[in-house]
Write a protein that binds this ligand. Structure first.
Ligand code: NAP
Length: 256
């Protein structure tokens, strides 16, 4: 689907080399946005996202940085500033999608302190400081969209530490929406259910795994990155302007 709802806007999508982030990058570009395709380690995959966007007539470029600390956020923004100023004459942008994340965790019993700290560093600390350090770069009337998870609504205790990180992201979303409302910036969380990406590939592509996921959704199928990307695009668009501080369920009606 191509439209110009986001024409001339600049969107930064973290973790857009693969999976849901790639889907979001493709969708926002199809809406006319210039998309910054962030990646952690897989530059080639990020370049592939850019190629797919360009092949569809869109505009995008990559920025790489592993995100897990304030320092890493500052490195990303320095790199981003240089590339944005070179292309647009300014380092301002309109849409920030905090999508990069570690998508699973060990069982409650097996989670180590290092696992716990790493999950919170990547899934909570990095988006926290990325937003904080982006406040002057983000234009008034802009959008922040945090990719959370359905596990903040549905009990799924075998990935406990991961679930807690997404709960923190929802809380961040609520308070940030109040803080940034006076600038006309909306802040929302989108909460996917089971989506067919690398993080689920090993179990989801077995007959039992497929049945489990299909039966979970009221709509009777497995979610695709585009299912999430369409909701993000709505939230990013002018049509989404009156929705803020919300946790938008994108689980295909899982566990209704
Ligand atoms: P994925 O396929 O594993 O992709 C993860 C993306 O995040 C990649 O682009 C990766 O970059 C980047 N990333 C991971 N750790 C990073 C780090 N430390 N620094 C910088 N970038 C990092 O994941 P996904 O399934 O698309 O999930 C995307 C988001 O949706 C995550 O926040 C996840 O929690 C959430 N989610 C997923 C599901 C699901 O079922 N898939 C459900 C609910 C919520 P590189 O590839 O370049 O390393």
């Amino acid at each position: 689907m191509n439209s110009n709802r986001l024409k001339d806007q600049i969107a930064v999508v973290t973790g857009a080399s693969r999976g849901i982030g790639r889907g979001i990058a493709l969708r926002l570009a199809a809406e006319g946005a210039i998309v910054v395709v962030h990646y952690g380690t897989r530059q080639e995959a990020a370049e592939e996202t850019v190629s797919l966007i360009e092949a569809a007539g869109g505009t995008a470029f990559t920025v790489g940085a592993e995100l897990d600390s304030l320092d890493s956020v500052l490195r990303l923004l320095q790199n981003l500033d240089e590339k944005l100023i070179c292309r647009t004459g300014s380092n301002r942008f309109d849409i920030l999608v905090n999508n990069a994340g570690i998508g699973t965790s060990p069982s409650f019993e097996e989670t180590t302190e290092d696992d716990f700290d790493r999950l919170f560093a990547v899934n909570v600390k990095a988006p926290f400081f990325l937003v904080q350090q982006s406040l002057e770069r983000l234009r008034d009337g802009g959008r922040i969209i945090n990719i959370s998870s359905g596990v903040t609504r549905i009990a799924y205790p075998h990935i406990m530490a991961y679930n807690l990180t997404k709960g923190a992201l929802n809380t961040f979303t609520l308070h940030l929406a109040k803080l940034l409302g006076p600038r006309g910036i909306t802040v929302n969380a989108v909460m996917p259910g089971i989506i067919d990406t690398d993080v689920n590939a090993a179990w989801l592509h077995t007959p039992d795994g497929r049945n489990f996921a299909v039966e979970m959704s009221a709509l009777g199928r497995i979610g695709e990155p585009s299912d999430v990307a369409d909701i993000v695009a709505f939230t990013a668009s002018h049509e989404g302007r009156w929705v803020t501080g919300q946790m938008l369920d994108a689980t295909g009606g899982s566990h209704l």
